[in-house]
Design a protein around this ligand. Structure first.
Ligand code: GDP
Length: 468
């Protein structure tokens, strides 16, 4: 298929959702107001909301059907496999140099002072820089807060041949070309910043990725996680056994509820009903396509009370989850050895779900979403975040390009000329996003459908020598 066609198909899909976010949220406002000043209108508004939603579902259904009838389904599967094989091969080559004694290395310590999701993202960032600099990544993980004996007991070593961090010359980032070993700091204190940081994807893959995938950076992060998270046999067995025991079965929606230390500091509180409303809608939609025997949810949370609450409130749902899988509400023990299997399992099951409902402010859910990309040619639309849009901690500015002009109709709205670049801060899931117009410096709301994502690229090496 040509790229234009794929972009248009995805654009119609997301803007159908945006149209409904807008109309739905406005109608709710009007309904609330009507109940005070014009109660006779409440019913008609409810009618609009209900039939309007059916309209939207039908449009989404049709555009989704396109991917099945346009004849490109096989191509998408194959292209997705080919791209994955291509980069996985490069990763293997990079990580297994012929001579480790002379190989150029980049050294990272896994133990960033943060949670598991955050540490995985730290490792992925190290890998991106290693790939960009063509240096074998050495990851120090002895004494890891999640498993004292180190990464290699849980996951396969990231190299079979080269794990020794020593070398002839050692320097801290940036070092220079000839330095054999360079130590990389955490992304928060990285200076100078190389071009290889998110949201940039390798330029040589960008045309293919833009055609295949709705959010190339998420694909790229997912590929690195695929390489890093190859489980040891013991880990794989543990995951398999738990999934069987829990009765993990499709269809299933993954719900992640992040509470405890995050609420009030880095994220707002969201009640379980808010998550479940989106789960309900997912299943209402799914029932247009297939019979659903049981509405199933995999519920992960750092707060075990959430599971009990959800099961009590939603008895017609089958809610899978296990508050006892070595997770604990106490912050002191959360970031520790005993909680590792709990979080590995939760992330795995979330990523294996058909759809994710969560807060993207949590790295746990973002990691699950990234891994999910490995199971579909394009899983970029299989989520609903209650707060942030997707981002990568420490990323460069996320810019979008205006495709339509906008004349403000309210004082909170932005003036836009087609072609303007806008730094996006967030989607408010009501038809509007907030951002800064880079031409005018105005910070304001703009209709989300009036822009498109700007795909960032960087000149990573293309590893052409592998095929010589
Ligand atoms: P964030 O703080 O939510 O952005 O994500 P981090 O991964 O950096 O830190 C949160 C930590 O809390 C995780 O690494 C886990 O140890 C724990 N945690 C959060 N949510 C869950 C969950 O759903 N299940 C389990 N088992 N642990 C969780």
């Amino acid at each position: 298929p040509n790229t234009q066609y794929e972009l248009l198909r995805r654009r119609i899909y997301s803007n159908t959702n945006e149209l409904w976010y807008f109309v739905h949220s406005r109608l709710l406002d009007i309904q609330k107001r009507a109940s005070e000043v014009a109660p006779e209108l409440v019913d008609s508004i409810a009618y609009l909301l209900s039939l309007g939603l059916e309209h939207k579902r039908s449009l989404i259904y049709d555009v989704e059907q396109l991917t099945e009838v346009d004849g490109y389904a096989t191509w998408r599967e194959k292209e997705s496999n080919d791209l994955s094989n291509l980069v996985q091969e490069r990763f293997k080559y990079l990580q297994n140099p012929e001579n480790c004694n002379t190989a150029k290395k980049l050294v990272c310590s896994l133990n960033k002072g943060c949670g598991y999701g955050c540490q995985l993202h730290h490792a992925v960032y190290c890998f991106m820089v290693a790939y960009g600099k063509k240096r074998t990544l050495i990851m120090k993980s002895k004494g890891w807060r999640y498993h004292k004996a180190g990464w290699e007991e849980i996951f396969k070593p990231i190299s079979d041949t080269c794990t020794n961090p020593s070398g002839e010359s050692v320097a801290n980032w940036p070092g220079n070309q000839d330095t054999q070993v360079i130590n990389l700091p955490i992304i928060d204190s990285l200076s100078p910043r190389p071009p290889f940081l998110p949201l940039a994807v390798p330029e040589d893959l960008a045309p293919r990725l833009t055609r295949l995938h709705g959010d190339p950076i998420v694909w790229w992060v997912g590929q690195i996680l695929k390489y890093l998270l190859r489980p040891q046999e013991k880990t794989a067995n543990m995951i398999q056994e738990t999934m069987t025991k829990m009765g993990f079965k499709r269809p299933i929606v993954g719900v992640h509820v992040r509470r405890t230390d995050k609420v009030g500091t880095e994220a707002a509180y969201h009640g379980i009903d808010e998550y479940m409303a989106h789960v309900d809608e997912y299943y209402n939609y799914l029932e247009l396509k297939q019979a659903v025997d049981k509405r199933r949810v995999y519920l992960a949370s750092d707060d075990p009370k959430v599971l009990t609450e959800a099961r009590n409130k939603y008895p017609h749902y089958e809610i899978i989850g296990d508050p006892s899988i070595s997770k604990t509400a106490a912050v002191s023990t959360r970031y520790s050895d005993s909680s590792l299997f709990g979080i590995i399992l939760d992330i795995h099951m979330l990523s294996m779900s058909d759809y994710l409902v969560c807060t993207f402010s949590s790295q746990v859910c973002r990691v699950a979403y990234e891994i999910m990309q490995n199971y579909y040619p394009d899983a970029s639309a299989r989520f609903r975040s209650l707060d942030d849009i997707y981002y990568y901690g420490g990323q460069n500015a996320h810019n979008v390009v205006a495709v339509w002009p906008h004349e403000p109709k309210r004082s909170s709205e932005m003036t836009i000329a087609a072609g303007d670049l806008i730094g996006i801060a967030g989607n408010h899931w009501n038809g509007f996003s907030k951002g800064r117009n880079l031409r005018t410096n105005q910070i304001a709301f703009y209709p989300s459908f009036k822009v498109k994502d700007k795909i960032e690229t960087a000149k990573f090496p293309n590893y052409s020598e592998i095929y010589k």
